[in-house]
Design a binder for this molecule. Structure first.
Ligand code: NAD
Length: 353
């Protein structure tokens, strides 16, 4: 399998360097014969090619089996006509990676005020309030007059049906419970459609129990009792916000791994951004990207019937639990190591496992 590696902006080069070494180590150990091809996107690409992402890069990504995308400084990229394209949006849209799966769970040795929990947010990735991806061309955020702006939210039955199906499929591999998060009390048409899709899809999964929460109240429920949740399905922006919260509740946003999956392609990507406040300080937590890489290996293993890839994903997860138990982690989750040293210890752990 060939995986394209794109480090990204801010802390991306530091955490992706660790993640790449771990992929190489696990590939050597289990003879995965992974081919890792290094490419660029974001600020470095903007300087070199006058575009944060290029069609040539997309062609290379499409020709590979998977992509690991580092965090991007998306807030800096404001004008697509100047090549400032949001690379996350670009790949999600171009590769139709409609399901963003963001797991969050507590670990015994990570300080948190929460009861132990283990949940996954399944977030729609291609439409909703994201004005840079929900129209065929242009942008659905409009400056009507210098003092008036409008942002349109697109919700389609197709996207609702397929994200609901992803959530119920995932729930079948977990504790078989789906919580639908919405704002249908106000967004009656769009979130009404989303709810209708979820309940229709639910009929095909009689073993899965279902409940529903209005998104604002959900914030209180998830802070109060995160342990009551298993699989949470929601629309794009609500899922983006909620999943940062659940990652932080588990101990740190630096634990927030994610997979962006479509029917035929997947991209591993940390849930967080480029974290400019800690970039270059060797303190960024690489576990979010490492978890994302494990999710990608597992997806490739399931899709291409490659049991060794599934085993590799389990090995990475196991080593992460052991590293956390041994406090061989960055400071944000209670350890005392830098990013590089966390990676070096992790690699030793894989080699001796
Ligand atoms: P952020 O997610 O980068 O950081 C939020 C907080 O979490 C910061 O205090 C940061 O230090 C901390 N943090 C994030 N990752 C961490 C890690 N691995 N280890 C330890 N701490 C970590 O959010 P922001 O600062 O609002 O955004 C910075 C840039 O990232 C912006 O340009 C934003 O648009 C972009 N962004 C990109 C993505 C993406 O590429 N998918 C997602 C979110 C934000």
């Amino acid at each position: 399998m060939k995986i394209i590696i794109i480090p990204g902006d801010g802390i991306g080069p530091e955490t992706m360097a660790v993640c790449t070494q771990i992929l190489e180590t696990v590939s050597d150990k289990l003879n995965l014969q992974l081919q890792l091809d290094h490419e660029i996107a974001g600020h470095v690409s903007l300087q070199k090619y006058h575009a944060t992402v290029t069609p040539e890069l997309l062609a290379k990504v499409k020709a590979a089996d998977g992509l690991m995308l580092g965090p991007m400084a998306t807030f800096d990229f404001k004008d697509e006509s100047k090549g400032e394209i949001n690379p996350s949006k670009y790949f999600r849209k171009q590769l139709d990676l409609f399901a963003n799966i963001r797991p969050a769970k507590t670990f015994p040795n990570i300080p948190t005020r929460m009861n132990p929990f283990d949940l996954a947010v399944v977030r729609e990735n291609t439409e909703g309030f994201y004005s840079d991806r929900n129209v065929e061309s242009g942008n659905s955020e409009i400056l009507v007059t210098p003092e008036v702006g409008i942002a349109l939210r697109r919700i389609t039955r197709l996207c609702c049906d397929r994200i609901a199906k992803s959530a119920f499929e995932l729930a079948m591999t977990r504790k078989k419970h789906v919580s639908i998060v919405h704002k249908a009390n106000v967004l009656r048409i769009t979130d009404g459609m989303f709810m209708e899709s979820c309940y229709n899809v639910a009929k095909n999964y009689p073993e899965v129990t279902v409940d529903e929460f209005i998104v604002d109240a959900m914030m209180a429920h998830v802070v109060r009792n995160p342990e009551r949740f298993d699989t949470i399905v929601t629309t794009n922006m609500f899922g983006d916000i909620l999943s940062d919260l659940t990652a932080e509740l588990s101990g740190s946003l630096g634990l927030g791994g994610s997979l962006n999956a479509g029917d035929s392609y997947a991209m591993g990507q940390a849930a967080h951004g480029s974290a400019p406040d800690i970039a270059g300080k060797d303190i960024a937590n690489p576990f979010s990207l490492i978890t994302s890489a494990s999710m990608l290996l597992n997806w490739l293993g399931q899709r291409h019937q490659l049991p060794l890839y599934i085993q590799a994903a389990k090995l990475i997860d196991q080593c992460m639990e052991q590293a956390i138990a041994a406090k061989e982690t960055t400071q944000d989750i209670g350890g005392s190591l830098g990013t590089k040293q966390t990676g070096q210890r992790f690699i030793q752990r894989i080699k001796t496992a």
